[in-house]
Design a protein around this ligand. Structure first.
Ligand SMILES: Nc1nc2c(ncn2[C@@H]2O[C@H](COP(=O)(O)OP(=O)(O)OP(=O)(O)O)[C@@H](O)[C@H]2O)c(=O)[nH]1
Ligand SMILES: [Mg+2]
Length: 346
């Protein structure tokens, strides 16, 4: 049963897609059922993740990639994720400005997402948005995340091709190693090569990547760009396409798609479980007792967690709403859930 909104989105209707994305954010049940229908029709787009430190030039590069893809006749979706962290406050606006010239192009759909510190929420919105864009028939979906913390690394589970963008003057070589980012890149981009100190960064990155074994028949190359001047971006587009062909040839495209599906599924599962545990803690008194026993050193966290998990797993599955994710137990911001008949807390 195809609802009107689903039919419109499948035809590539921008207004319908924007409305559904808004409704998905509001967790409307009708939006969820539309998404289910769209999910069955998605799975064709090439998802390219871009991560890297704040200000490395990710949005400027994305803008050039959109331009190149449009020239090649491809339709494009962009999801720009900003963690709204103290490192990059206001970056959502920056992302939009950087790519603004494409907003009038019906072949381009740009969606900015602010995570507001909720990792579960961030991931769900990302996966939902990618599904809608994919079902709309976008050939290429660019997913920009900031390379700080887990989200930067998580993009690896949400994309077929991962670009790690570094730029000189940000202590990137050390930061990248710390963030575990050197394990996830399919293509490393040293941006801002119009600056003299970019050579040093390229050299230390080369050293750091030395000995990296090929993944899916692919050894990650380093591409030098000056995105703001459009330098190196043509080569970058060629390398991205080459990576796609290599994945397909090596039979790794399906593996990556499977990994992406797994990441989305695990995210939802984790978010749901976290919400369930929080609700159970709010509902019963046992959690307070556990916290008290822990503080008084009457038990230890491992034993308490093991016993609690056993109890929880013998209960009914988590409720379908993910709205309460990220709510700390007993937080005033998360109103208690009404007690269900015949059920007790942990
Ligand atoms: N010199 C130089 N500046 C650049 C280059 N590419 C981008 N910039 C500038 O670097 C700044 C940040 O660029 P963005 O594209 O917003 O970087 P970003 O990585 O998307 O930033 P966040 O989304 O905030 O993490 C802007 O002022 C750009 O004009 C480049 O190749 N050379
Ligand atoms: Mg940006």
């Amino acid at each position: 049963m195809n609802s009107l909104i689903v039919r419109r989105i499948l035809r590539g209707d921008v207004g319908a897609a924007a409305r559904l994305m808004r409704d998905l954010d509001d967790e409307l049940p009708s939006a969820r059922s539309a998404l289910k229908e769209l999910y069955a029709r998605a799975g064709r787009a090439h998802v390219v993740g871009i991560t890297g430190s704040p200000g490395a030039g990710k949005s400027t590069l994305a803008d050039k990639l959109v331009e190149a893809a449009r020239k090649g006749g491809k339709s494009v979706g962009v999801v720009a994720v900003d963690p709204t962290s103290p490192f990059s406050g206001g970056a959502v606006l920056g992302d939009r400005i950087r790519m603004q010239r494409h907003t009038a192009d019906p072949g381009v759909f740009i969606r900015s997402l602010a995570a507001r510190g909720s990792l579960g929420g961030l991931s769900r919105s990302v996966f939902d948005t990618v599904t809608v864009l994919d079902a709309m028939g976008k050939d290429l979906i660019i997913l920009e995340t900031a390379g700080v913390g887990q989200d930067g690394v998580k993009v690896a589970g949400a994309a077929h091709t991962v670009l790690v963008v570094l730029s000189p003057g940000q202590g990137d070589d050390i930061q990248a190693l710390k963030a575990g980012i050197l394990e996830i890149g399919d293509i490393y981009v040293v941006n801002k090569c119009d600056r003299k100190d970019s050579e040093q960064l390229t050299r230390s990155l080369g050293l750091a990547l030395e000995g990296t074994s090929p993944r899916d028949g692919w050894t990650p190359p380093i591409i030098k760009t000056a995105a703001v001047l459009g330098r190196g971006t043509r080569e970058l587009v060629d390398v991205i396409n080459e990576h796609r062909s290599t994945l397909v040839r090596a039979g790794a495209w399906e593996r990556r798609s499977l990994n992406m599906a797994r990441t989305a599924f695990m995210e939802l599962l984790e978010t749901g479980l976290r919400g369930f545990i929080n609700e159970e803690c709010e509902r019963g008194k046992d959690c307070r007792k556990i916290f008290g026993d822990l503080a008084a050193r009457k038990t230890d966290p491992y034993s308490a967690a093991k016993t609690t998990l056993r109890k929880l797993l013998s209960k009914s599955p988590p409720p379908p709403s993910f709205k309460k994710r990220g709510c700390p137990p007993f937080s005033k911001a998360c109103p208690p859930v009404p007690r269900r008949r015949g059920r007790r807390g942990i």
